[in-house]
Design a protein around this ligand. Sequence first.
Ligand code: NDP
Length: 253
Amino acid sequence: MPYENLAGRTAVVTGAASGIGEAVAVLLAEQGARVALLARRRDRLDGIVEKIRADGGRALAVAADVTDAASVDAAAERIHAEYGAVDLVVNNAGVMLPNPVDDGRVDEWQRMIDTNVTGVLRVIRAFTGDLVGAAAAGRTADLVNISSIGAHVPFPTYAVYGATKAALTYLSQSLRTEFGPRDVRVTNIEPGLTSTELATHIDSDALREEIDGMLRETGSLSPQELADVVAYVSSRARHVNLRQIVVLPTRQA
Ligand code: NDP
């Protein structure tokens, strides 16, 4: 049994309407966790929750926008009302909008910062009390942040995206100094190329094709392979923290 500590946990997964977040939510539910799926597209969430329930799992669709503080607070209220306190938070919602810096796309910079950094902080703020309380009661408590290899490896046109992910990697590292002594585990995962909807939001055909070329050259991870990593790290004994994980397709240098 690869995952031993997930049954009976209560999880929140942001960005669970597709890609990595969807796969994480499905796997955690399969392993016996109750899972609140958070994203903006209610129809997508409803379909995934229906499937999880049909397979015997427990899940809740919570339509929310992490760029909106009131929306995150309302989501937390709903999750608390349905499930009580949570003990596993996966900060996965994110957007990647590459552009040459000279284009000055303040709109896209703002969207990335607001989703990938401030959005994560809003979610952390909403559930910190739960995690600290769960750990104080002797249970396993996890904060898992999905950063990116882009936090370390620069790539033309990805400066702002990389900066948001570097901020998230730093945040994970720094939060460990606050949460670790209280037994709340903080795990930072940095994936490489993974086949999801992420690149479909890029509005430049050339930049989208560039990613497609990289995918052809190096291959990619599947969302399920990332879900396996999330489930593995959060199912270790609570004093074991696989704190920083870089997971890339073997051919991605
Ligand atoms: P997807 O685009 O498939 O998933 C992103 C998810 O985030 C969607 O479910 C989307 O749902 C949700 N989301 C976006 N904006 C918001 C918002 N404002 N509020 C709430 N939810 C939001 O891509 P991935 O699965 O690839 O992305 C997941 C994470 O993995 C991201 O943080 C990404 O940066 C990271 N990552 C991905 C890599 C890859 O190669 N795919 C590599 C490295 C890191 P909705 O639109 O319904 O809100």
